[in-house]
Ligand binder design. Structure first.
Ligand code: ATP
Length: 248
C-alpha cells in the first residue's frame, strides 16, 4: 500500500464560469485495486471532483485553477477525455446516461468506441458484461429507455466495462433505486474489484451503503475534505453517524 497511488488528486481548486469557486483545495488518493468512497451532501462537490478527474469540466464551463491530478502517474489535464478512457479511466455519469432509444446491447456496444482491437474481442467482452449482469442479457433486445432504473444503471456500468477500464469513477449509482437493487449493483462492483482488479472511486450520498463496500472514504463539505479514513472507522465515527447516517 506504500506504492504510488493509482489516482492522486492534489489540492485542486475548481472554478465555474471564471468566478464560482466550488472546490477549495481537494486532495485524495485512490490505491490501485481499491474502492474509495467520496461522500457528502448534495452540492458538496462530489460530481465536480469526478469530472475534474475525467477532464470533463470544460463542457460545463468549469476549470481546474490550482493543483494537479495524476492518473497512473500522468497529469490528467494534459489528456483528452477519450485518451483517458483509452488509458483505462472512465466515468459513469450520475443519472445513468444510457441512450434511451437504443437497445441495451446497442448501448453496451457503444461503450467499445475507443477500442482498436477486433470484433471477436468485443464480442468476448459483451459476454463478460452479461456474465456480471445476467439481467442485461435478458433485456439485451429491449429499448433501454423502457427498462427499469436499476437496469439502466447496470447498462451504464456495463457500457463503461466495454472500454476495459482499470478505474471507474462511479457517480451516485444508488440514486433513485430501491435498496435491494442498490445492493445488487454494489455486489457487482465488489465482484469487478475482486475478480478483475477494477479500481473504483465512488461518489455517494448513500453513506451507509458506500461505507459497506469501500475500504476508504473521504467526506466532502462545501468543496473541502473535512474527514477521511478507513471505511470501518468512518462508519463507527459518531459525527459521521450523526450527520451522514442519520443515526445519532
Ligand atoms: P450532487 O449530489 O448534486 O451531484 P455534488 O456533491 O456532486 O452534488 P456538485 O454537483 O459537484 O456537487 O456541485 C458542487 C457545487 O457546484 C454546487 O454548489 C453546484 O451548484 C455548483 N455547480 C455545479 N455545476 C455547476 C456549473 N456548471 N456552473 C456553476 N455551478 C455549478
Amino acid at each position: 500500500e506504500t506504492a504510488t497511488p493509482f489516482l492522486s488528486v492534489n489540492n485542486i481548486e475548481v472554478v465555474y464560469d471564471h468566478v464560482i469557486l466550488v472546490l477549495k483545495g481537494v486532495s485524495l488518493d485512490v490505491p490501485r485495486g481499491g474502492i474509495v468512497a467520496l461522500l457528502g451532501a448534495n452540492g458538496a462537490g462530489k460530481t465536480t471532483t469526478l469530472k475534474a478527474v475525467s477532464n470533463l469540466l470544460h463542457s460545463e464551463r468549469g476549470e481546474v485553477t490550482k493543483g494537479s491530478i495524476l492518473f497512473d502517474s500522468v497529469e490528467v489535464q494534459s489528456l483528452s477525455p477519450n485518451e483517458l478512457v483509452r488509458r483505462g479511466c472512465i466515468q459513469v455519469m450520475e443519472g445513468r446516461r444510457c441512450f434511451a432509444h437504443l437497445t441495451v446491447e446497442e448501448n453496451l456496444l457503444t461503450g467499445a468506441f475507443t477500442r482498436v482491437d477486433g470484433k471477436s474481442a468485443i464480442a468476448e467482452d459483451l459476454e463478460r458484461v452479461y456474465g456480471y449482469f445476467p439481467r442485461l442479457r435478458e433485456r439485451r433486445g429491449s429499448t433501454a429507455g423502457y427498462t427499469s432504473g436499476g437496469e439502466q444503471q447496470m447498462c451504464a456500468i456495463g457500457r463503461a466495462l466495454m472500454s476495459r477500464p482499470k478505474m471507474i469513477l462511479l457517480d451516485e449509482p444508488s440514486m433513485g433505486l430501491a435498496p435491494q437493487i442498490v445492493e445488487e449493483i454494489f455486489e457487482i462492483v465488489k465482484d469487478l474489484n475482486v475478480r478483475e482488479n477494477v479500481t473504483f472511486l465512488l461518489a455517494e450520498q448513500n453513506t451507509n451503503m458506500a461505507l459497506k463496500y469501500a475500504r476508504h472514504g473521504y467526506i466532502l463539505e462545501n468543496g473541502r475534505v473535512v474527514m477521511d479514513g478507513e471505511a470501518r472507522a468512518l462508519a463507527a465515527n459518531e459525527d459521521v453517524k450523526e450527520f451522514y447516517l442519520g443515526i445519532a
